[in-house]
Design a protein around this ligand. Structure first.
Ligand SMILES: C[S@@+](CC[C@H](N)C(=O)[O-])C[C@H]1O[C@@H](n2cnc3c(N)ncnc32)[C@H](O)[C@@H]1O
Length: 320
């Protein structure tokens, strides 16, 4: 018999709390079990999902300049590393430019996926950086977290691509940027990818792919709840919704009830009527100046910014 997936601490509790709140909501961190991480990787390759390829192209196009800004002998700390594809581009660029990185410390809540990604990264970089210390840390970076002791001279650089900062409302984002500063300490910096404010139609297309992968990613939350939190969501009763709200300059993702229904989660009953929604993700967009102002609230100083000719995405180098 196959063992049931291990329920992560707090998932059922968060789900019950989120469904009891008004408006109903759930943290996007719960998207990422093995299935969710794999679905996110598929999203990254969708034609309409411009952020991944635009950010990766920016890293490649400005590799020398970025590597020079980051400098030598730093351990790269990547919260929410996922499959660590962009880190490969960055680490190779640093090595090529003679700014050899001291190590790589990827952090992710999706532990098995992270360990597999770290092993793949080690193998992929064996030619260029055979001795690179890679220290994956399976953890929720929103909880109190002690990083392993720094390597050699202790210089650290944060790498937070993917516009994951957009998942947080501005005040939460400032708090997270302060937390990163504590981890990184003096003498380091933060290279962070941020999706830009743009034509809402481009945004709408990116989060409503005709292939239905983003919908499957969103709906995986209910499948995960059924697997791990004693829930009985009937997926046919729910619909993916993603739309841009100009007032907040963000894409919101929701799961919307198609009908009147009752769902049980961890022994608690929740009633929904047609059209009731559960807010599952924000993806805030920023102008370059708007993000620099936000980062300044957390004590980060804008040093350099790289963007693409279509002004879709921005990559910021910040120091303190
Ligand atoms: C949008 S993906 C980005 C992945 C990768 N950094 C990229 O740019 O393609 C977000 C990643 O952050 C991880 N994550 C989300 N919330 C987290 C948390 N609270 N603690 C640790 N990892 C988290 C997810 O598991 C996922 O791998």
């Amino acid at each position: 018999m196959q063992a049931a997936p291990r329920a992560p601490a707090g998932f059922a509790e968060d789900l019950v709390a989120g469904l009891s709140a008004q408006p109903r909501r759930l943290s996007p961190k719960w998207f990422y079990d093995d299935a969710g991480s794999a679905l996110f990787d598929r999203i990254c390759h969708l034609p309409a999902y411009y952020p991944t390829r635009t950010e990766t192209a920016l890293l490649a196009a400005h590799a020398d300049e970025i590597a020079a800004a980051l400098g030598p002998d730093a351990e790269i700390v990547e919260p929410g590393a996922g499959s660590a594809r962009k880190a490969r581009v960055l680490l190779r660029a640093m090595q090529r430019g003679g700014w050899r990185p001291a190590g790589y410390l990827p952090i992710d809540i999706s532990g098995d996926h992270l360990r597999a990604a770290a092993a793949e990264l080690r193998a992929d970089l064996a030619d260029a950086l055979p001795d690179l210390p890679v220290r994956p840390l399976a953890a929720d970076f929103l909880l109190p977290l002690q990083l392993p002791a720094p390597l050699a001279d202790g210089r650290r650089i944060g790498f937070y691509p993917g516009s994951s900062i957009g998942n947080f409302e501005p005040d939460e984002a400032v708090a997270l940027l302060c937390r990163f500063a504590d981890w990184i300490g003096p003498g380091g910096g933060l290279l962070i990818g941020v999706d830009r404010v743009k034509d809402p139609q481009v945004l709408h297309a990116a989060y409503n792919d005709p292939e239905g992968v983003t919908a499957a990613f969103n709906l995986n939350l209910w499948q995960r709840a059924n697997r791990e939190a004693g829930a009985d969501f009937d997926l046919s009763g729910w619909q993916h919704a993603a739309f841009y709200t100009p007032v907040h300059q963000r894409i919101e993702m929701h799961l919307v009830s198609r009908r009147t229904q009752t769902v049980t989660v961890a022994g608690r009953r929740f009633d929904f009527v047609e059209g009731d929604s559960v807010h599952t993700e924000n993806s805030c967009k920023y102008t370059v100046a708007g993000f620099q102002a936000l980062a300044a609230r957390a004590g980060w100083q804008a040093r350099q910014v790289w963007s693409d000719p279509q002004a879709l995405f921005s990559l910021h180098w910040l120091t303190r």
